[in-house]
Design a protein around this ligand. Structure first.
Ligand code: PEP
Ligand code: MN
Length: 630
């Protein structure tokens, strides 16, 4: 066998498919009509590797491709190794032939699993779902047949097929990803993959093919992710297990002597990768669903709604908290924070004024119409605090206090759970699981800086960890730049970084006399610093602010509109030039409808303001797209 296929990565499907995208990450993509054909090409040395979809985040195991892999492994000659796992984000568009308006779409063509993810779209358009073999093929079919037909596929597939995009991001479940496996001939993999018996030597294998019931039980016991295939009554149950690295030895021991007729094949060496959290153990927190929204009066976060919780570290006196409540409401915060039970490193430091201060905090919040957030440190505090507090905070030091988590989860109040400074993302999400499991409906997570070797800041704001959490959980995510920085001057920068990373909200400590604050004075922003920061983020000031205060916010917005309008027209000029070069018509009605829809969405429907703004912008853009307008 001469490996003439060096550098070639085979996949099933068409150019523009998600498989093609995964294959492009492994070599020069080569398309095959079926999974079987792709695997045969691999074994025959026509390609260096084959890229097969294994698991979709929403749909689970991809039976068709896993079944083909299982069947090919059942052949005595086949020796295949899994070399790597490639995760591809699945973003779907609705695409149709030129001239087809969105409302006229009657049939939507795509792969069955993809159509299941687009129920809202199908219902909205009242269109008939038509099952095709794969998404890219759907795009080509729709282009060929024309009529009132559209396809759900990747943007690349739409462009490859010559379709126009009618609507972007049409899946009901976001974010979605598909995990592909890069397969190689076992002999040529980094380590040989012994077949038929389990004797892993060298780098630990990670993917196991099993056939049989006992084996799958043993693998499940070792913590493996089982990807089952249906099989038939006459056929043994077959499947794949993705074994976490730390359990490889245990899985091997458990499956070392498969029961009669059962088969186990290691599919190759473990790739070097950073182990993601074990989502299986935290099902409620990592459930794939629409983003959770937590709403308490004016405080609404999650699913695109963003907010700021601000206030002093500790409630010091009725006057102090009332003043700061007015200040943060005026700035635009929609919840007031303040500690009445303070977890202090030294038992001699100020410990908080306790339940009496909760009354002061409540009165201050009521006076400005803001819900209040305060920390509970012990299970016994939950019931009395929940009587008056709108949101219960669990602090970093108590992130893994499981009795407290259960008790807080049983209260009817939303819980704001800070990440412990020595807690991994997986442990933090597991703590959230305790709250949800105890019955909590509303949980918010907050990254507040973890402990690293760095001593120049109080903590290290772990934005990477925050983004890992974002990819795993539907719960709203906050960052607390104050406790991460420990220094006022660093708070705005960290707040911007977290905001830019897409947090749902920020918790910020504020004090008007930080020098005499009873706790955390050095990290407190002054009220005017908070106003400036929130204006920058486009958070609207509270209605109780002065005219001057609101005008400052208006000036920031006007500056932004002017800059964006200039940028928009420059982009129109560029797209005009590209269209002319490609001999595409300048006017594109589907595109104009998208622009209008965006304005309507932002301005609450087809209001006169939305229509006039969209008309003006489209006119100006068309003007700018004309030649000579440079
Ligand atoms: C606080 O919010 O004042 C607090 C004590 O925070 P952490 O638990 O993050 O230290
Ligand atoms: Mn504090």
């Amino acid at each position: 066998m001469t490996p003439s296929g060096a550098g070639l990565a085979g996949y099933q499907g068409q150019p523009g498919s998600f498989g093609a995208r995964a294959a492009a990450r492994c070599g020069k993509p080569v398309a095959f009509p079926t999974f079987e054909r792709t695997l045969r090409a691999l074994l025959a040395g026509e390609i260096a590797c084959a890229v097969l979809p294994a698991v979709n985040r929403v749909d689970g195991p991809i039976l068709e491709s896993l079944d083909a892999l299982a069947r090919s492994l059942a052949e005595p000659e086949a020796a295949i190794a899994v070399e790597a796992e490639i995760e591809v984000p699945v973003r779907l568009v609705l695409a149709g032939p030129e001239g087809l308006a969105l409302e006229r779409v009657r049939e939507i063509h795509s792969q069955a699993a993809v159509l299941r993810q687009c129920r809202n779209l199908l219902a909205r358009l009242d269109a008939i779902p038509i099952d095709t073999h794969d998404t890219a093929y759907a795009a080509f079919r729709v282009k060929e047949t024309g009529g009132p037909r559209a396809a759900v596929c990747s943007e690349e597939a739409a462009l490859e097929a010559g379709l126009l995009i009618l609507e972007e991001d049409v899946s009901d479940v976001r974010p979605n990803t598909t995990r592909f496996w890069r397969l190689a001939r076992a002999g040529e993999a980094a380590a040989p993959a012994p077949e038929g018996d389990v004797a892993p030597e060298g780098p630990a294998p990670r993917v196991v093919f099993y056939a049989g019931v006992k084996t799958s039980l043993a693998l499940a016991d070792a913590g493996a992710e089982l990807l089952s295939l249906p099989g038939t009554p006459g056929d043994p149950i077959r499947g794949f297990a993705v074994v976490p690295e730390k359990s490889v030895a245990r899985a091997a021991a458990g499956t070392g002597r498969p029961a009669g007729g059962e088969r186990v094949i290691w599919l190759g060496p473990a790739p070097e990768f950073v182990r993601p959290p074990r989502v299986r153990d935290i099902p409620k927190t990592t459930e794939v669903r629409e983003p959770s929204v937590v709403a308490v009066g004016p405080f609404v976060v999650g699913g695109g709604r963003r907010a700021v919780i601000a206030g002093p570290c500790a409630v010091e006196s009725p006057e102090q908290v009332a003043r700061l409540a007015r200040a943060v409401a005026r700035a635009g915060a929609t919840a007031l924070r303040g500690g009445v039970f303070k977890p202090r490193t030294s038992p001699y430091s100020f410990q908080g004024h306790g339940l009496e201060a909760l009354g002061w905090l409540k009165d201050a919040g009521d006076a400005v119409g803001l819900p209040i957030v305060t920390e509970v440190m012990a299970p016994a505090q939950v019931v009395p605090v929940a009587e008056r507090a709108d949101v219960l905070q669990i602090g970093a030091r108590n992130c893994q206090n499981y009795d407290l988590l259960r008790e807080a989860g049983r209260s009817s109040r939303p819980v704001f759970l800070k990440r412990g400074f020595g807690t991994t993302v997986e442990e933090w999400l597991s703590s959230a699981e305790y709250l949800l499991d105890a019955g909590s409906k509303d949980v918010i997570l907050c990254e507040r800086g973890i402990r690293t070797f760095e001593k120049a800041t109080r903590g290290t704001l772990d934005l990477g960890g925050l983004l890992v959490a974002r990819s795993l959980t539907h719960l709203p995510l906050f960052a607390d730049p104050s406790h991460a920085a420990g220094r006022r001057d660093l708070v705005p920068g960290l707040a911007r970084a977290a905001w830019g990373a897409g947090v749902d909200g920020l918790m910020i400590e504020v004090h008007d006399a930080p020098e005499s604050a009873l706790s955390d004075g050095p990290q407190a922003l002054l009220p005017e610093d908070l106003e400036e920061l929130l204006d920058e983020f486009g958070i609207l000031p509270g209605v109780s602010g002065s005219v001057e205060r609101i005008r400052r916010a208006i000036d920031v917005v006007d500056g932004g509109i002017a800059r964006l309008a200039a940028q928009r027209l420059e982009l129109a000029r560029r797209v005009g030039a590209v269209k002319r070069a490609a001999s595409r018509p300048i006017r594109d009605e589907a595109r104009e409808a998208t622009v209008r829809a965006r304005f309507a969405e932002a301005l609450g429907g087809d209001t006169p303001a939305a229509t006039r703004l969209a008309d003006t912008l489209i006119d100006l853009a068309l003007e700018a797209e004309k030649p000579g307008d440079t």
